[in-house]
Design a binder for this molecule. Structure first.
Ligand SMILES: Nc1ncnc2c1ncn2[C@@H]1O[C@H](COP(=O)(O)OP(=O)(O)OP(=O)(O)O)[C@@H](O)[C@H]1O
Ligand SMILES: [Mg+2]
Length: 334
């Protein structure tokens, strides 16, 4: 099992924060593990809605299992459908869709075999990533490569550790941005978050690597990126990137909330790296709550707005058997 196996799972503190926020909205909450027992639990405990934070334990479609169960039982839940979650977990498929929509994304190649020939059109430096992971799993400083020998070493490493296709992309030097979208119909694009790694020079890490995400804020390790929200960009550039992100959110069919990662190349061209329809909700460390706070939405209000969106879908056609006043928070913490 790779050393970063548990990185995607939410901490008990995050689960508690979400549950506390829902209770403060006047609801009852059950914490339910998102495991094989979940369907039986749901059948035995009628609930009004599920607050879904389940990353899924295994497999290339793991984020869509809980939503698929809820869809089949006709139970409303927060966030995107099983289809969107499965699609977004596959970075290469997402990039194909973005490219079809004319949304810039770094040039890429998928390696299914470590010795497959490299597309000569790809320009070094390149970054080597597992195709279906999140939380920067498998993405290390060494993942950015400048020559063919290092590229092969990294492809071997990722295949050996994660047993899946490897995504190789042109590495975009420039500003790191992440952009939240909240709501449906005419969703709100949140103030953009710029993550500046220039204060992390001593650590040797220079982008949002696994170490940077895992030990973010560790002064001794020098992993102390600076956050700027809103990003330090002109109003014109800001509006352009926000519009691009909204197109990406819609292209993937995201619902309620998403967080899209963008790299702004030095010449001013923004590239969408990926779309996260299940963004982290750690109240102190995750990027999305920073952006909602900058938009004047405190953490409990964010959580309850997500609950309302789920329950609102339910109200459109309320099934008779789902009338309890309870809410279930699905939980997938180790
Ligand atoms: N093509 C690229 N050019 C520049 N930087 C990149 C590129 N791809 C990835 N990165 C860097 O690596 C980080 C993690 O990559 P990516 O967002 O694809 O992985 P992830 O594991 O899905 O992340 P998340 O934690 O958001 O789920 C990015 O935030 C960025 O700093
Ligand atoms: Mg990302």
């Amino acid at each position: 099992m790779p050393f970063d196996f548990y990185s995607e799972f939410d901490s008990p503190a995050t689960v508690d924060a979400i549950a506390g926020a829902i209770r403060s909205g006047g609801h009852a909450v059950h914490l339910v593990e998102a495991d094989e027992q979940l369907p039986a639990w749901l059948l035995a405990h009628p609930v009004d809605a599920v607050f879904n934070i389940a990353e899924g334990a295994r497999g290339g479609h793991r984020e869509s299992y809980v939503p698929a169960i809820l869809e089949s039982l006709d139970i409303p839940f927060t966030g995107s459908s099983s289809t969107t979650l499965a699609l977004a977990l596959n970075k290469a498929r997402t990039k194909q869709l973005l490219a079809c929509e004319g949304i810039p994304t770094p040039a890429w190649q998928v390696f299914r075999a470590a010795d497959a020939p490299r597309n000569p059109a790809l320009q070094f430096p390149l970054i080597v990533k597992p195709n279906r992971e999140g939380s920067a799993k498998g993405i290390l400083r060494e993942s950015v490569v400048h020559d063919d020998a290092s590229l092969r070493r990294q492809i071997h490493r990722v295949m050996g550790q994660y047993h899946q296709d490897v995504l190789v992309e042109e590495f975009i030097e420039g500003v790191e941005l992440t952009v939240g979208v909240l709501g449906n119909g005419e969703p709100q694009v949140l103030p953009m978050l710029e993550i500046d790694f220039s204060s992390c020079q001593g650590s040797g890490e220079f982008f949002y690597s696994w170490r940077m995400k895992e030990y973010q804020g560790d002064v001794a390790l020098g992993l102390t990126p600076t956050f700027h929200c809103p990003a330090r960009l002109s109003p014109e550039l800001t509006a352009g990137i926000q519009a691009l992100v909204l197109r990406a959110h819609r292209a993937l069919g995201c619902r309620d909330v998403s967080r899209t990662d963008v790299r702004l190349r030095r010449d001013g061209v923004p590239f969408v790296l990926e779309v996260n329809p299940l963004p982290g909700l750690d109240p102190t460390e995750s990027n999305l709550p920073i952006m909602t706070a900058a938009a004047g939405i405190p953490y409990p209000a964010l959580i309850n707005r997500l609950v309302e969106m789920a329950v609102g879908r339910h109200r459109v056609a309320p099934p008779q058997e789902l009338c309890s006043s309870q809410l279930a928070a699905s939980r997938n913490a180790p």
